[in-house]
Design a protein. Structure first.
Length: 406
């Protein structure tokens, strides 16, 4: 958004202040610099993987130039006119909206303004401007401080909601873990002795003893049944961990990250997803495509696929039309997984908010607004990303990007 605003507003307001409502001072070069600074922000997703780690620093630099530095310098060069005083207040307000961290807002505002003053001191007389600027400084400080307080309050409300969800999740998890642990304890004996009992029964049948006949395929299934039960119990514990993580945390530990195949992850996710019917299962179409390795947790990526599948099935079934396509591809710097449904699509006004915490277009009983925000958190922990593209009435597409080589 900052990149779009800079690309449009720098040349637009040059035309306005130079030709429509001429101001005492204008600088086409400063505005060209602002456009050049903002352009890389528009194409962040095309940055090489090795450069994306520097995006946060570049974003701070771009904001510092485009808002406090540029507007402070132009304010001083225009003798603190009413137009530029109001413009500076608007710029500081935009800074508060763009940056949620109150300390970072203050640092950017102070550093950018000081650099604007330094540029002014090098290019113009400062005697009269200093006194007038000091009279306006309390107003600018109020905009920054008051706006930061409001942002801080909003973040506190979000944290309280996350804590509430985490507390509820912990209680539910405790109630679920108790019977699961009991089931695992009960199956431990089966794991140890059932294969021997199956082998003995098979030997008895082969010897012609008077035992109930069981088909060989059934015996094979019984031999491994206890192991499968324990695997499902372990998987259920992991799902509980992931649900708790998605409900109450904003960071992900990377201790257990390792290399995984994307095709293997997709296959296991589709095998384990709790489809309610064969019709639902047939709505999801995946043909094994280009495989690639990613560094991370396959269980977390499975949870991401679960979330996307659940949302897509809800949309497709509610609309009564569409199917779900999953594909993967390798790239030079980034590998991609595409998850697309040809259902009703998402309105443009909602697309820009769908990764926000607690944002949901569903009713309270259908979603909490945490699923897609957790998906973004997972992909960021993999040093990748997730984006959404949608056309109302036609499709919704999620692109998951994974860095190559680790």
């Amino acid at each position: 958004m900052v990149g779009v605003l800079g690309l449009v507003s720098f040349p637009l307001y040059y035309f306005i202040w130079q030709f429509v409502f001429p101001q005492p001072y204008e600088s086409v070069w400063l505005r060209i610099g602002g456009v050049l600074v903002c352009i890389p922000l528009l194409f962040y997703r095309l940055w090489p993987a090795r450069m994306q780690r520097y995006f946060a620093g570049y974003w701070v630099f771009a904001l510092s130039y485009a808002l406090p530095f540029f507007f402070t310098y132009m304010l001083l060069r225009n003798d603190l006119s009413l137009v530029w005083s109001m413009s500076t207040m608007a710029a500081l307000f935009m800074l508060v909206l763009a940056v949620y961290d109150w300390l970072l807002v203050i640092c950017i505002a102070v550093v950018g303004s000081l650099l604007g003053w330094m540029a002014f001191l090098l290019t113009a007389d400062s005697a009269a401007a200093f006194s007038a600027y000091m009279q306006q400084l309390p107003i600018y400080a109020f905009v920054v401080i008051a706006g930061s307080i409001f942002n801080y309050t909003a973040n506190m409300v979000k944290e309280e909601k996350l804590n509430a969800h985490a507390a509820i999740g912990r209680n539910i998890a405790h109630e679920l873990r108790t019977p699961l642990s009991g089931m695992k304890g009960a199956t431990s004996g089966l794991v140890q002795y059932l294969p021997h009992l199956v082998a003995a029964h098979r030997a008895a049948m082969e010897a012609g003893l008077d035992v109930r006949r069981i088909r060989s395929t059934r015996l094979d299934q019984l031999s491994d049944a206890a192991n499968r039960i324990q695997e499902e119990i372990d998987f259920s514990h992991t799902i509980i961990d992931m649900l708790l993580l998605s409900a109450g945390q904003t960071t992900i530990k990377q201790d257990n990250f390792r290399n995984h195949s994307i095709n293997d992850t997709i296959r296991r996710a589709l095998e384990r997803y709790p489809f309610k019917s064969e019709r639902e299962r047939h709505l999801v179409q995946w043909q094994e495509g280009e495989d690639f390795e990613y560094y991370g947790s396959d269980l977390l990526v499975t949870h991401v696929l679960f979330n996307l599948t659940k949302n897509a099935l809800h949309s497709v079934i509610s609309a009564g039309k569409g199917v779900i396509h999953i594909s993967s591809s390798r790239g030079v710097d980034t590998n991609r997984l595409i998850f697309m449904d040809t259902g009703p699509g998402i309105p443009r006004t909602q697309v820009k908010h769908i990764f926000d915490y607690f944002y949901t277009s569903k009713t309270v009983d259908q979603g909490t607004g945490l699923g897609l925000s957790f998906c973004r958190l997972v992909m960021q922990s993999l040093h990748g990303g997730i984006r959404c593209e949608s056309r109302l009435g036609e499709y919704t597409l999620f692109e998951l990007s994974f860095p190559r080589g680790r």
